[in-house]
Each structure stands twice: as structure tokens, then as C-alpha cells.
Design a protein around this ligand. Structure first.
Ligand code: ADP
Ligand code: NG1
Ligand code: MG
Length: 463
């Protein structure tokens, strides 16, 4: 479909007519007695390789999914934000758009709090004299939730895009992606920005190498015979409901800071392993050797970290920990840092293999990519400890049919992504239905939990 793209901003095109958009229009009309003014679409993503390294400053290689968050939006002069979700498990919500709090308590945040993160992010950067407008919104989401396919960022980013379009405040894709990465942190997780970046910067037909600080994206053309299949382990984790995610962010930070201290660098200025590498001007192989020399295998107690850094517990809370990780007493540093540097190397090799691929070496290339994906999973399971027995079981069962399989997204449940040759897809899917899902009592509804996928485009606005 022809689209109007001004510079590097989110494209605007005509709303596609299909059952879903018709349902949204009808529900919207039934509730609000009028048509939406515009729609916003933001996709979920599958990360092919580069897991848990974006928040350390390292590049990742995701692609956008067909599954997305779609919003129908009408601008509301009454300055109210009124939300309705087509999924009945999500309650209606409304508030004054100029006066709301995002207070995150125990357990999973409420769904609308993700939405409010995106609204807040844009309102914070609106020019002072811009009148604030309300929005009436109907939400339809098809990204599996808490499954590592980035439903949270699709929702936060859709909310931000709706708010910016309502206020005629257009930003470059990079700017709004960075803004969404920042404002999703109001939910409590200290993510790195991969999800919001691919949500805005994806283009149909290729995966992306996403680099950070400054945010950049480069096409990664996948070998022509590559098919990616996503399989849900039927376990889930809401990443903001526990301290697991932030604990890993903090372990990487402490690893960087203790290594910095040992090398007589100003450790409190170093927040990520990437910053440490930059300060040392070493390559990734040298960083791996350094980790093995500087950090021991046995976990560090908080007391030991404090002693290594010649600081106090209160100071450590301030410089290095998040609110929800201050109670943690044991940190694995060597394992987490090794995963990060080795995974960063795997991303480089994955992208290099794709760019060196030609018709004469495409099978060899696919085997290389699959091997890198499998090694990535082993590292996430053993060094990073963010897998789940059901993910591991899916990975093990997939070996016979796929070139490589790994957990995707943050883990602790959720989905695996497999690389396959086209001729093996059907038998693999049938095998999983029979040998994995049937044993768990699932015999239908596979469209949402077991599907092949190809790289889709990024966020857009429909009129
Ligand atoms: P993910 O791996 O999918 O990003 P998260 O734990 O980060 O998982 O976020 C999942 C949360 O995002 C859900 O519990 C819900 O609050 C919110 N969410 C995602 N999709 C939707 C949707 N379609 N409607 C409402 N809330 C959603
Ligand atoms: P998911 O699993 O989609 O919530 C999270 C982070 C990413 C990245 C991956 C692990 C957020 C919003 N997303 O994704 O930044 O760190 O885990 O590679 O925090
Ligand atoms: Mg998420």
C-alpha cells in the first residue's frame, strides 16, 4: 500500500479493511457514538540473537512480527484518557490526562499502566505551550503476552505514538524509539531499548542489526532458505512482577564495576559492560579473558561487593542497584559477564554470516546461524540462568528437526525461536503438536502458540 513518509518519521497510510479493523470500528462506534480519528499499529518482535545484552550497550538482531497492538483513537476535547480493550480480561480505564500517577506496587502492573508509560513519555517532551488533549481509545492486541515477544513495548510504543500524533508532535523513528525505551522503565524494568527500536525501525523483508548510543539500524538480509518458527512453552513471566530481570541488569553492572575497580578506573562512572569495554579499548575476546582473570565463579555476597568496591551498602544502593534489587544478597558476576561478551560476539558472527551468504554457501550459512542460536540458548540456560524447564525441553526436542533453537526475549518462560529449512517445517510443527503440546493438554488453537514468521514492517499510523 502506498504510504506517505516524511523524512524518517512513522509512515501514514490508509487503514486496511479486514475483520479486525471492522470490529474495532464497530466497537468504537458502539462506545463513543463516533468514528476513530486515526489508528496506530505497533508490532511485537522476535529476537533472533543477542539476548540480555542491549542493556549492556551491545548490538542485537531482532525482526518485527505480524502480531501487533492496534489502537483506534479519537481526540477528546474533554482532556480525559478513556481506554477500552477488546480483550475482556482487561478492565476499562479512564483518567484525567493531565493528572495521573503510575505507581507500581507488588505483583504484575495493571495493563493500563503500560499505556500510561507511553502517554507520560510524550507529554514530558511536548513543547510547554502545546494544549494537552484527551484521547478515547480502543485497544486490540495479538502479540502473545509475557512470552518474550515484546507485547509490553508494543503497547507502550503504541500509546506514545497515539499521544504524539494527537498532539501533532512528530518525531524521527529513532527519537520516539529512544523515548519509548526510557518511558517503559516507569513500569520498573531497566530494559535496554531493543524492543522499542525494532518496533519503530523495522522494515519488511529483513531482520535488523540494532546498535545503541546512538541508536542505529542496519538491514540484515537473511539467507533465502531461512524459515523461523516460534513455539510457546506455555509458561509465562511478567517481567515487571519479579526482580529477576533487574537482578540480571544489576549483576552485569556490578561485574563491570568490580572489573573497573581492579583496573583502577573510576568504577562509579561505569554503569555497563559496554562502557567498561570502551574505557579499556579492548576487543570482545580480550574482555572474555579479562572476566576469567578478574571475577570468580562463586557468587559474591552483597558484603563482598561492597568490600571489593571500597564503598558502603548505602552508596552501593545509590550507584548500582534498583529499588527492587536492594534486598538481594547474592550476585553471580563472572557467569553473567561471560554470557554478555560471548553473546555480543555471536551477534557479530551471525550478522557477518548473513552478509557473506551467497547462493553457493547458503546451506553452510544456515548451519552457522543455527549453531550460533543453539550456543546462545546454552549460555542463557547455564550462564545467565534465565531459561525454564519447558523452554529447555522444547529446545532439546527441536534438535532433530531444526538447525538451531533458542529462547527469545527475556526468558523465564515464553517462546523459543527455531531456524529451519522450508522442507522440514511441516513435520516439525506436527511433531511439536504431538510430542510437546498434546502432553500438556493442548490440541487446538495453535495459531497463537506455534507459527512461522517472516520480517514485517515497523510502526505506522492509519487514517
Ligand atoms: P512481553 O514479553 O510480552 O513484553 P511483559 O511481561 O514485558 O511481557 O509485558 C506483558 C504485559 O504487557 C501484560 O501482562 C499486560 O499488562 C501488557 N500487555 C501486553 N499486551 C497487552 C494487550 N494486548 N492488552 C493489554 N495489555 C497488554
Ligand atoms: P521482553 O521479554 O520482551 O519483555 C526484555 C527487554 C529487552 C531485552 C530482552 C532480553 C524491556 C522492555 N525489554 O524483553 O530490552 O533486554 O528482555 O534480551 O525491558
Ligand atoms: Mg516486555
Amino acid at each position: 500500500m502506498a504510504s506517505l513518509e516524511i523524512g524518517n518519521t512513522v509512515p501514514i497510510s490508509k487503514i486496511p479493511e479486514n475483520d479486525r479493523t471492522n470490529e474495532m470500528r464497530n466497537v468504537f462506534a458502539a462506545i463513543h457514538k463516533k468514528e476513530p480519528d486515526f489508528y496506530v499499529r505497533v508490532p511485537g518482535r522476535v529476537n533472533l540473537i543477542g539476548e540480555h545484552i542491549d542493556y549492556c550497550g551491545y548490538s542485537v538482531c531482532p525482526m518485527a512480527l505480524e502480531q501487533d497492538i492496534l489502537l483506534a483513537v479519537a481526540i477528546d476535547d474533554g482532556q480525559k484518557l478513556i481506554l477500552h480493550n477488546l480483550d475482556e480480561k482487561f478492565d476499562d480505564f479512564d483518567c484525567d490526562i493531565k493528572d495521573f500517577e503510575i505507581t507500581i506496587g507488588e505483583g504484575s502492573p495493571k495493563w493500563y499502566q503500560y499505556f500510561l508509560c507511553g502517554v507520560r513519555g510524550v507529554l514530558e517532551v511536548l513543547p510547554q505551550n502545546r494544549p494537552i488533549k484527551g484521547m478515547r481509545i480502543v485497544v486490540s492486541g495479538t502479540v502473545p503476552q509475557s512470552a518474550g515477544l515484546s507485547s509490553s513495548s508494543a503497547l507502550v510504543s503504541a500509546a506514545a505514538l497515539a499521544t504524539s500524533h494527537t498532539h501533532e508532535f512528530s518525531m524521527s523513528k529513532e527519537k520516539i524509539a529512544n523515548l519509548c525505551a526510557e518511558c517503559e522503565r516507569y513500569i520498573g524494568t531497566q530494559g535496554g531499548g531493543m524492543d522499542q527500536a525494532i518496533a519503530f525501525l523495522a522494515t519488511e523483508g529483513c531482520a535488523k542489526l540494532i546498535e545503541f548510543a546512538p541508536l542505529r539500524s542496519t538491514d540484515v538480509v537473511l539467507p533465502s532458505g531461512a524459515v523461523f518458527v516460534i513455539a510457546h512453552s506455555l509458561t509465562k513471566l511478567n517481567k515487571a512482577a519479579t526482580a529477576d530481570f533487574n537482578c540480571r541488569v544489576v549483576e552485569c553492572r556490578l561485574a563491570a564495576q568490580i572489573m573497573a575497580q581492579k583496573l583502577v578506573l573510576p568504577w562509579s562512572e561505569i554503569k555497563t559492560l559496554g562502557q567498561l569495554q570502551q574505557a579499556l579499548s579492548l576487543d570482545l575476546d580480550a574482555m572474555i579473558i579479562l572476566v576469567k582473570e578478574a571475577l570468580r565463579e562463586r557468587p559474591y555476597s552483597k558484603e563482598e561487593v561492597v568490600a571489593e568496591l571500597r564503598t558502603t551498602s548505602d552508596m552501593l544502593d545509590e550507584t548500582s542497584l534498583t529499588l527492587n534489587t536492594r534486598h538481594i544478597e547474592s550476585f553471580k558476576l563472572r557467569q553473567r559477564a561471560l554470557h554478555v561478551f560471548q553473546e555480543a560476539l555471536r551477534v557479530k558472527k551471525f550478522v557477518e554470516a548473513c552478509s557473506n551468504c551467497s547462493s553457493s554457501n547458503s546451506l553452510k550459512t544456515l548451519e552457522t546461524l543455527g549453531r550460533l542460536m543453539t550456543y546462545s540458548h546454552v549460555s542463557l540456560r547455564d550462564l545467565y540462568e534465565c531459561s525454564h524447564p519447558q523452554l529447555d525441553s522444547l529446545v532439546d526436542m527441536s534438535k532433530e528437526y531444526t538447525l538451531g533453537t533458542r529462547l527469545t526475549g527475556a526468558g523465564w518462560g515464553g517462546c523459543v525461536v527455531s531456524l529451519l529449512l522450508p522442507e522440514r517445517v511441516e513435520e516439525y510443527v506436527e511433531f511439536l503438536k504431538r510430542e510437546f503440546y498434546k502432553g500438556l493438554g493442548v490440541v487446538d488453537g495453535f495459531a497463537e502458540i506455534l507459527f512461522s514468521t517472516s520480517p514485517q514492517g515497523g510502526a505506522c499510523i492509519y487514517l
